[in-house]
Design a protein around this ligand. Structure first.
Ligand code: HEC
Ligand code: HEC
Length: 324
């Protein structure tokens, strides 16, 4: 997306927040590579009845089955414990199956969030914040976040508890390969994420993180064993390490104080290690501009207020690089 379009979105948000008067996303230019928006008018391919397969699974699904928000295509049933009903099927008509987006193994995709191994109490609190409106996205056109909010508004407390217990017990594991590189594949947006464009075409990374599937076809089939690759700017991982472990020499609290040693989580505070850098960048923007404003977000306010956009990129590069 070019500068002009990003600027126009900034103006649009300014207008919206001016009317709603509730949060100040306006001041920020949102990084379009993290707050990805599908181009308008795209139509998903029609289902011609073909059965699709992925490596390591004896199951087969049609395109309609793969798109069913109330019946998760579970390619690898041995990878995870039995899913609670709400995780596998949701509740018609308003609660979509949690694992459709977050995947049965909880590792998630760049356009949503990994949930594997997060504290259950933290997840319950986040669903409450989505429900109350305290947690939104700075990008109001994000259909994935809007579907999350819609589900949160209709899901029962018992279902939230069952889902949170399920995802909290799943092991987080290496899912995103982080690579420092000055040159990255050219990308376009499809399916609410960045996708590599022409075969082999490259461009400078600039001030971005470019997170794309390791295998486009397997990701499109929602294969929960095919992960992602995140290109980050040269030097960003070390810069992020200094910011995270020293609070940039005391400018703000070191992240491990609350997020735990190795950023693996501490009590109800979520882990950050090995999670999608696009997701982490979005959260730091949302926390900084107030789109995410739950009661616990107050603890992050003093931290994010001092972070520049480049600090945020470096932090996300580092946290994603912490292997599990
Ligand atoms: C349509 C896709 C979709 C479905 C279905 C969905 N979510 Fe989400 N979920 C998201 C997105 C998108 C986000 C937030 C990403 C962001 O803010 O950038 C999210 C965020 C979350 C978070 C916050 C994670 C964190 O680290 O703070 C929790 C917890 C969560 N979802 C739980 C659930 C539960 C429980 C269900 C089932 C009842 C569910 N989700 C169903 C898309 C979905
Ligand atoms: C004083 C405690 C504290 C410190 C220090 C702190 N955090 Fe947090 N952080 C929290 C809490 C609590 C939350 C949950 C906020 C909410 O519920 O909205 C959080 C949430 C986050 C999230 C969103 C996670 C998710 O799953 O959505 C990110 C990203 C994050 N912190 C990054 C950092 C980084 C990077 C640092 C250091 C530069 C840091 N935090 C320092 C307490 C802290």
């Amino acid at each position: 997306m070019n500068k002009g379009v990003v600027g126009a979105i900034g103006l649009l948000l300014l207008g919206l927040t001016g009317m709603a008067g509730s949060f100040t996303a306006a001041a920020d230019e949102l990084p379009a590579w993290a707050f990805v928006v599908n181009p308008p008018g795209g139509k998903p391919p029609a289902d011609d009845g073909t059965l699709h397969h992925v490596p390591g699974s004896d199951r087969a699904f049609t395109l309609s089955q793969l798109r069913d928000l109330f019946n998760v295509p579970d390619w690898h049933r041995d990878d995870h414990p039995p899913m609670p009903d709400v995780v596998a099927h949701g509740r018609r008509p308003d609660v979509y199956a949690c694992a459709f987006c977050h995947l049965p193994n909880g590792l998630g995709r760049p356009e949503n969030a990994s949930l594997a191994g997060l504290p259950a109490e933290y997840m319950v609190k986040q669903v409450e914040d989505f429900r109350s409106g305290a947690r939104r996205s700075s990008e109001p056109r994000s259909v994935p976040v809007n579907f999350m909010i819609h589900s949160a508004q209709h899901v029962s407390d018992a279902d939230v508890r069952a889902a949170a217990d399920y995802f909290s017990k799943l092991a987080s594991r290496q899912w995103i390969r982080v690579v420092e590189s000055a040159e990255v594949p050219k990308t376009h947006v499809a399916g609410w994420m960045l996708m590599p464009s022409e075969h082999g075409a490259m461009e400078p990374i600039g001030h971005r993180i470019v997170e794309i599937p390791e295998d486009v076809e397997r990701t499109e089939l929602r294969d929960s064993q095919s992960g992602f690759i995140a290109y980050v700017p040269p030097g960003s991982i070390d810069r992020g390490r200094i910011l995270v472990t020293t609070g940039d020499g005391g400018r703000f609290a070191a992240c491990g104080t609350c997020h735990g040693a190795g950023l693996e989580g501490l009590g109800p505070v979520p882990g950050l290690a090995g999670r999608s850098p696009s997701y982490i960048v979005r959260q730091l923007f949302d926390l900084r501009n107030g789109a995410r404003n739950g009661t616990w977000s107050a603890l992050m306010k003093p931290v994010v207020s001092g972070l520049s956009d480049d600090d945020i990129i470096a932090i996300a590069a580092y946290t994603a690089s912490l292997g599990r």
